[in-house]
Each structure stands twice: as C-alpha cells, then as structure tokens.
Design a protein around this ligand. Structure first.
Ligand SMILES: [Zn+2]
Ligand SMILES: [Zn+2]
Length: 270
C-alpha cells in the first residue's frame, strides 16, 4: 500500500495554510470571543462554539480569504481566474452568510453558491472554513482548561467536528485531538468515541504493517473508527491539522474496511 495518497503539492499548500491560520489567530483580539461554558449544554453534547459570542471582523475575514486565494493561485495558476471571481463576489453581506454557513457545515449552500457562480465545487466552502478556523481555534484555547471529556457521538466538545484522531501520550494515555479547532481531551484507551462502547471484545485495533506508530481503533458495535497515532517518538510534533492530513491513508484503510468517522445514530443503536 502506498503511504502517500495525497500529493506533496497539496500537503505543502496545507502546511502554508496552517501557518497563515496561526498568524491570523495571533492577530485576533481575544476579547472578540466570549465563550459561554454552560455545563448542562456541554453534558448534552452541545459544542461550546455554538454558544460562544464571536464578534467577527468582516473586513478581516474577507482579507484572509484574499490571502488564501493568492496562496492557492501561486500553487495552481490555472485557478487564478476563478479565485479572482470569488474575491469579487465576496462583499460584506456574502461574507457574513459564509461565516454562518461554514459554522453550520452547510454543504448544500456552498455547492449551490459554486454552481450558480460557475466555480469549482470545493472552493467556496474550503475558503470559508479556512478563514473561520482561527476563530474556532482561539475559542478552543480559551476554554481548553475546562475541556476534560466529550460526549460519545457528539464530536468535538468545542466545535462539533466528528472525532477521528487520537495521540498516545505519557504512559500510553489516549488523547483525542480535534484537527479543526485543535482542542484535546483524554479518553479511555479502550473506548469508542462514537458510541461509548468500552467492551474490549468489540473494540479492535487495526495495526499498519509498514507504520508501527499508527493504529486504527475500530468498534464492532457502531462501526466507527479513530486513528490512534503514537507521536511520543516524534522529534517534532506536527499540529493536529497536519497530523490528520499526514495520516489520511489510515482513513482510507478504515473506510475500505467498512468503518466510518461519522456514525449514523441508527447504526449505533442496532
Ligand atoms: Zn474541534
Ligand atoms: Zn462504537
């Protein structure tokens, strides 16, 4: 099996984007984000970000999208015309809509936007999501000390992203990392993040022959999976966003074997 299923160009572009997001996050005034840590809501699986008041600076959001466009165009000159068109379309009103729809992960809205404006389908949502993340990441930073666990099946307690990545730390403790907002929380070594199953008879680890630091933990009850990466031997630890991308081959293996990172509730109660 080939380990690198994503092109080097794509990985490099993603790395540059992650670097930009870090700079943008640093430039944000933390006072613009007011998280509401409602314990009852957290226990019910409502992500913190859904109750957080974020004072978005729309002109800055638009400026960030222009910066991503320039970066993509530099790497893919054939897209330049389309990306310029996006920049022209992105007025303040559209930008506010984009923030809302990116937050809600509304694929339908973005697909329609792409179709109506004859832009490649992936572009609008990718841009909106990329420029939204620094806000989610700053939200996560502000509440991280309060995040100790997640409700199985509810995804990331900060941003709601489905769980798919864990790292082994210390004595072998399993820590779930969210590649979207970078929040993290511990989980029992043998437990399914999707349905809460902790029966060692129905939780298996798929090991990867050529890659002793990677495993895929799969649950026979709900058919969910989580990638478990032992990063303790890594000389430099990549950000969770990069680690998620670098281990995308594991997602393919899991999915080829019938496992999913987003579990349908009907599957888990069967
Ligand atoms: Zn998250
Ligand atoms: Zn499960």
């Amino acid at each position: 099996m080939k380990k690198s299923v994503v092109s080097k160009e794509y990985t490099n572009l993603q790395k540059e984007i992650v670097k930009l997001q870090e700079q943008w996050k640093q430039s944000l005034n933390p006072d613009r984000i007011k998280p509401n840590l409602d314990k009852a809501a957290l226990n019910a699986g409502v992500p913190v970000a859904a109750l957080t008041v974020i004072d978005f600076e729309i002109t800055l959001f638009i400026q960030w999208i222009d910066e991503i466009n320039k970066l993509i165009a530099k790497n893919n000159p054939e897209l330049e015309g389309k990306l310029t068109k996006v920049s022209e379309l992105l007025n303040e009103e559209t930008a506010i809509r984009w923030i809302d729809e990116a937050f809600a992960l509304n694929h339908i809205y973005f697909n329609r936007f792409a179709q109506e404006n004859e832009i490649e389908e992936w572009i609008p949502q990718f841009l909106a999501e990329t420029a939204l993340r620094p806000y989610l990441q700053l939200t996560a930073e502000k509440v991280q000390v309060e995040i100790h666990q997640a409700i199985p099946g509810s995804g990331c307690p900060v941003c709601g992203e489905p769980v798919r990545l864990a790292q082994l730390e210390g004595e072998g403790k399993k820590v779930i990392h969210c590649p979207r907002c970078l929040a993290h929380w511990a989980e029992k070594r043998i437990a399914c993040s999707h349905c809460g199953n902790d029966d060692h008879k129905t939780i298996q680890n798929i090991t990867i022959e050529e890659d002793p630091t990677s495993q895929i933990q799969v649950c026979e009850k709900c058919h969910g999976y989580v990638k478990v990466i032992d990063t303790r031997q890594y000389i430099s630890k990549p950000s969770s966003a990069i680690l998620d991308l670098n281990t995308i081959h594991l997602d393919f293996i899991a999915q080829e074997n019938g496992y999913k990172a987003v579990v349908d509730y009907n599957d888990s109660i069967r």
